[in-house]
Design a protein around this ligand. Structure first.
Ligand code: EPZ
Length: 413
């Protein structure tokens, strides 16, 4: 079985250029099929989930090509609206094709995305919201069949600011008859980026960055050439890796304005952060300080996707910290691996109490999902001695080239 072998224990030194945002690219790739024409996307991250999404678009009949760093997709002719079972189950974001397939083809069939190790991942909020816009769902043995003859704008409110459900409503509302007003919409920056992308194609979306989106349906969209913003979670991962291992790191293209909640926690941990001409400079000498309590929250709160990386960094902090996970029900899976490295962490339901230790020692570790895998890499880079991270393909779902990035920070991998 493939593994990453990491020689940990030395402070980081070097720089990383932060890739394009995975969680902006995926809904944008779904939105591409709303337009009977060509879309040029720049700074699209070359990660496994994007490769899967491009395969699905090709299955629908899209012409997809990389022209240098630019991704060119021609969605003029679509011949199918069935998300192949193999891809549907592979990744959560396939459910985000529901809204755009219904908007373009008036029908869709997807397999249930299925839960994953971080939680059940239900889609009830998606289905209830899309039904309000006119979608009708029937269960089939393979998954879900949907039709929506005439998408009609309406007023609706989400019971919880679900990122994916917000994106699905936007995707179906863009070409609907009339205006849709969506209340309690998620405010993650990736939602704003999807709206900016769609508006660059002629959509009429207002309220970006707020929990009330107003989407005026339009008849059709036009070609666009759009550059995707940087990935705040990848940037946060390397900020927390520097907190854990110590060192002096420069992050180029980091989306500063989206990292306030993470920067606040890092200042509490005694990590210096300085905005410089070339990027964000992160400096950490010795052990990080502990933090009273960090709760994961919908944006602009502390992101759940950085909860595991923070857990790994706090394992080495001076003192006791508490992390509360309020978004997913099973996102402390890496605690067992961290304890085998010598960490002292106690999980009680949605709470983790972390008594920082002076040192972690290298161990055999196994990734079970994307951000937990990234957190194990953080622990391995900070630990004394050699670690092996098995199943690290999970990490490639969200990080373009973790080996390249680690080596550019001076980690022996
Ligand atoms: C998006 O997932 C991200 N994925 C996740 O990132 C991220 O952790 C999450 O938002 C929260 O920020 C992508 O953008 C591709 P939600 P999503 O719908 O849309 C419950 C990563 O590592 N819920 O906001 O699935 C759900 O179970 C990934 O990049 C329902 O109950 O998140 C969860 O507990 C991991 N019913 C909570 O809401 C629904 O219909 C948040 O889910 C939908 C969601």
């Amino acid at each position: 079985m493939e593994y990453l072998e990491i020689e940990g224990g030395n402070p980081l030194c070097g720089q990383v250029c932060i890739q394009g945002s995975k969680n902006a690219a995926l809904p944008i790739l779904s939105a591409v099929i709303l337009h009977h024409g060509t879309t040029v996307l720049r700074n699209c991250p070359k990660i496994i989930d994007v490769i899967y999404m491009l395969e699905i678009l090709k299955d629908f009949g899209c012409c997809v090509s990389w022209e240098g760093a630019a991704l060119v997709i021609d969605a003029s002719r679509l011949c199918d609206s069935q998300v192949a079972e193999c891809y549907g189950r592979q990744m959560r974001s396939s459910i985000m094709l529901l809204g755009s397939l219904l908007g373009r083809m008036k029908q869709a069939s997807v397999s249930y995305p299925g839960g994953c190790v971080i939680g059940e991942r239900p889609i009830d909020i998606h289905l209830a919201a899309l039904e309000k816009l006119g979608a009708v769902f029937t269960e089939t043995p393979a998954g879900l069949k949907a039709v929506c003859e005439k998408p009609a704008g309406t007023m609706l409110r989400l019971p919880f600011p679900s990122v994916g459900a917000t994106e699905n409503v936007i995707l179906l509302a863009v070409l609907a008859e009339g205006t849709t007003i969506l209340e309690n919409a998620a405010k993650e920056p990736e939602i704003g980026e999807l709206c900016r992308f769609l508006n660059s194609m002629g959509a009429g979306i207002e309220g970006m960055g707020t929990s009330k989106l107003v989407i005026a349906g339009v008849k059709e969209l036009h070609d666009t050439d759009f550059t995707i913003m940087s990935d705040r979670i990848v940037a946060g991962t390397y900020m927390l890796m520097t907190a854990a291992a110590g060192g002096d790191v420069l992050l180029k293209e980091a989306p500063l304005e989206q990292l306030e909640s993470v920067q606040k926690v890092l200042w509490q941990m005694g990590v210096r952060q300085e905005v410089q001409e070339e990027g964000l400079r992160i400096q950490s000498m010795g052990r990080p300080k502990c933090v009273q309590e960090v709760c994961t929250r919908p944006y602009p709160g502390f992101p759940t996707d950085l909860q595991s990386p923070l857990l790994a960094a706090l394992a080495l902090a001076e003192g006791t910290s508490v992390i509360r996970e309020t978004i997913f029900e099973a996102r402390f899976k890496i605690v067992e691996d961290l304890c085998r490295m010598g960490a002292n962490i106690h999980v009680d339901g949605q709470h983790a109490v972390i008594q920082g230790v002076k040192q972690l020692k290298g161990a055999e570790l196994t990734a079970h999902e994307l951000r937990g895998g990234a957190a194990l890499v953080i622990a391995a880079a900070a630990a004394k001695g050699t670690s092996r991270v098995y199943q690290y393909h999970y990490i490639a779902r969200g990080y373009e080239n973790i080996i390249r990035d680690l080596q550019s920070l001076g980690v022996v991998v």
